[in-house]
Design a binder for this molecule. Structure first.
Ligand SMILES: C[S@@+](CC[C@H](N)C(=O)[O-])C[C@H]1O[C@@H](n2cnc3c(N)ncnc32)[C@H](O)[C@@H]1O
Length: 318
């Protein structure tokens, strides 16, 4: 439900003079089609209510329940797309969009990179029913609270664990409990090539609550009623330690409020507490292989006992 709601906010930007240039307008028709099934009321309104009126009502609602959300979301999308394209430029030619939702980020990925979209089966099925994707995408339906991301990717056609891979987790990790987040980090880094993570992370507010700092209590209530409340969030300092436990170096932490210059006007100036992080590392499977070679060589020459140190089970830092 929240995936459809956040995607629907992009429709408001189609003719937005301050923020419209931040979204990939080619994707908006596809988004409008795919949200009709999860949000039939929005589909009904799109067909019957004159667009200027509908847009004004939606932006009025935004100001009341979560001021600055539309601008934050547009800037978050823009920033993540830039970070993703930089990773591809840097040689990561395997792209895994984890919790892809109804977003059309895949449309921005150059053809030389392979794209995998991971999501809950129901979300993915609704998206796939709605339209044709203009490029090859491998869909990986799974529940990240129960299934292993790594196992699912290894079973997916064309996934190569030796390729440099960029994972995008936008608007996803906050919905999961910490053990699931750590299992995902472990799975991402148990590959053989270089790994880059581009993710949005919610930082706790002054009272330690994991929520967008700008949203009103009514949004907290709605998310709770929908069973889609935020569960995991972390300060940048603790995040650095968490990522390091999985061999990932935290490179950048950015607030969308930093991108004020990208948006014309004041709508982007409220920090929401959700930050965009980029972290990089080498797949730990390659380190284990190297260790195995070293130990074999050592054993062959010195006859010393022992073998490679096994990696910790998925879900625990090595
Ligand atoms: C708020 S949406 C964000 C979608 C998109 N990345 C964006 O930013 O517009 C959260 C996404 O995470 C997915 N998701 C939530 N829990 C999940 C789980 N346990 N396993 C797999 N995907 C999950 C939802 O289906 C949804 O697509």
């Amino acid at each position: 439900m929240t995936a459809a709601v956040v995607a629907a906010t992009l429709l408001l930007l189609r003719d937005d003079p301050e923020l419209g240039h931040l979204v990939d307008r080619r994707s908006l028709d596809a988004i409008a089609r795919s949200i009709r099934e999860p949000l039939p009321g929005v589909g009904w309104a799109l067909d019957r209510v004159p667009w200027p009126l509908l847009r004004r009502a939606a932006l009025g609602l935004e100001r009341v329940v979560s001021p600055g959300f539309v601008a934050h979301y547009a800037l978050r999308k823009h920033m993540i797309r830039e970070r993703l394209l930089a990773a591809i430029e840097d040689g990561h030619r395997q792209v895994v969009l984890v919790g892809a939702g109804f977003d059309m980020l895949s449309a921005s990925v150059p053809d030389e990179a392979r794209v995998f979209e991971v999501d809950l089966p129901a979300t993915q099925a609704a998206k796939r029913r709605a339209h044709d994707f203009g490029r090859e995408i491998v869909f990986v339906p799974l529940d990240l609270t129960r299934d292993s991301l790594r196992a699912a990717l290894l079973a997916s056609p064309g996934f190569d664990p030796g390729r440099d891979t960029v994972f995008v987790a936008e608007g996803l990790l906050m919905y999961l409990e910490r053990p699931s987040v750590e299992a995902i980090l472990a799975d991402m880094t148990e590959l053989e090539g270089r790994v880059r993570l581009v993710a949005s992370v919610v930082t706790p507010d002054r009272r330690g609550r994991v929520r967008l700092h700008t949203q009103r209590a009514v949004v907290d209530l709605c998310m709770r009623l929908l069973g889609e409340r935020f569960r995991w969030g972390e300060s940048p300092e603790r995040l650095e330690e968490t990522l390091a436990a999985y061999g990932l170096d935290l490179e950048t932490v950015s607030s969308t409020a930093e991108l004020c210059g990208e948006a014309k006007g004041k709508r982007a100036r409220r920090p929401t507490g959700e930050v965009i992080v980029v972290a990089s590392g080498r797949g730990r499977a390659s380190a284990v292989d190297a260790l195995a070679v070293d130990v074999t060589t050592t054993n062959a020459t010195s006859g010393a006992p022992g073998g490679p140190t096994p990696l910790a089970e998925t879900g625990s830092p090595a």
